[in-house]
Write a protein that binds this ligand. Sequence first.
Ligand SMILES: [Zn+2]
Ligand SMILES: [Zn+2]
Length: 462
Amino acid sequence: MLCQNCQKRDASIHLKRIVGGEAGETHLCPACAAALGYIGLFAGVPFPVFPSLTTRLQSDAARLPRCETCGLTLEDISGTSALGCPDCYLTFREKLGPYLSRLHGRDVYRGEPILGLSAPEPDARRWYEQTDKTAGAVFGSEVTFGVNFAGTPFPVRMNVAEKRRLAEAAASLLEDAGETFRRVDMGSLYPYEAVSLAERFIVTPEFAAAGAGAGLLVSEDKNLSVMLCDEDHVRIRAVSGGAAPKTAFARAAVLRDKLYADGRVAFDKKLGFLSRNPMRLGTNMTVSSLLHLPALTGSGSLPATASALRKMGFVLQGAFGDGLSAAGDMYRLTNTLTMGLSEKEAASNLEAVTRQLATKERAAAEKYVEDIGVRDRVQRSVALLSSAELLTSAELTGLLSWVRLGALYGLCDFDLKVLGDLAVNLFPAGVNTLAGQKIPSVRRDALRAQIVKAKLFGEKTE
Ligand SMILES: [Zn+2]
Ligand SMILES: [Zn+2]
């Protein structure tokens, strides 16, 4: 199979992505995966990060040391680079250590296992509604913390009943953390419902396909969720709107502290939070901002920016769809360093880089909107949204980008909260979810156009 990005080299990396309302796969060659920032961020540890650590001369497999928790030998691990459980790191510490150091460029966890933050003030609005013009290019922020339990194999090695038990145990630990959760068994959802959770930033694209046994906790405002039996045992995820990353960080941190305090978390003083993905070892945290960058995209300067950011430990990639292109000029900026700096440092570094990018976008946009071609695109987009009877998801995403730019710089008058709502909730699976069933694409496009007209121009839907 050829790489979908370069169409030249063989694809050896298969990422679960959401494409056109379905859970699909994106196939990439290692070079493109690296260039697009997919190394270390997503499931399956796509690279053979550990070389062959044992020689085949030790043919008597029974004599090889095995991890007591999952039964894997070092040879099993080095063949696939997939560890069976968090304890593998400790059992094979001596052999894996040098490769982990090389992988991270720094080999010691420098974070705080207890972050000790207090929960932010409750705000019942969805994250994309927590914004105003001062947020500018910053659409939202997302923080995730992965946590595993010692003495327990990773979910990939569990059956459905074992996953259910683990999900149950983790959920009950989080019950009195001060949040009210709705609990969902991923196996009980229609595929479009699971995909729509990923479209709306409630779960990751990988988790949308987690299936029976995997559990999900969702807060009432849907800005906080906990994925149970993801790649790791638990992944806590919080989103906040506009330029308020600290809100998401604090809200997710409270839950991680709660799990850590239980005493069963797989944590090592030197390696930090043990993760299924060796590249997340340490903080096992991702912190991202969602950035709307139409002017920088238009100026063609983003590829150079992305490559400079990569050297600083950040990846910039498309936030919507398959991630190969930045639909709607919407990008996700994410940290890649998880060792050698604390969770709080990683979050504040990301915040600083986010602010720089937003400032650059503002400077570029102020010039960009003086161009009559750009102003024309904005007004044509408004006209299409007000009169189209059918709107595809891709079309809407593109038009909303122009309209958001226009609204920010005084070319048209729309509420950013409403634009955010439309950008997040009207992807194909989202429209099916609103309709309560999987409907044909023409009906979806008609319903989407109606909703847009109603929300932006106050026209009644049928
Ligand atoms: Zn390629
Ligand atoms: Zn193990």
